[in-house]
Design a protein. Sequence first.
Length: 168
Amino acid sequence: MELSRRATLGLAAAAIVASFGTAAFAGGGTINVSLWDSGDNALDNMGTAAPIIYGGNEDMSNATMGIKTDVKTISAGEVTFAVTNDSKSTIHEMILSPAPAAGQKLPYDDNMNAVIEDEAGHLGEVSELDPGAKGALTVTLKPGKYILYCNIPGHYIMGMWTTVDVTP
């Protein structure tokens, strides 16, 4: 059986599209994450400054520590967080949890000055990076909003968190 020229071109076009299908529509990707602080005195205002927390005071203009990502939105699928501790002198970490619903806060232990990770839905982490060190976390994420935070005592309430949206 001979195929017409039109059918042959159609099959060729379909084969080309199919060859790109897996890579083009796989989703996920890499998010570059920077853990930063303003230096040795970054925790000096802890206890006197208003906590900068998700679902509460979200004004980052006074943050002395933070987490910066190169993208705020990524497609669902396998996502790698490539994390660098850009601090000159402070150990930081990055923990991933689902973000609480709008207006809700992460569960927090005031005595420990830390998020209660299990109650927050801990999904993975890059634990305690020395200044200048790098690490990575790869997870498969479904659509939704996620929060990245440092849970070294006091760091979260000083503004060391950000969110990432995962789209279908």
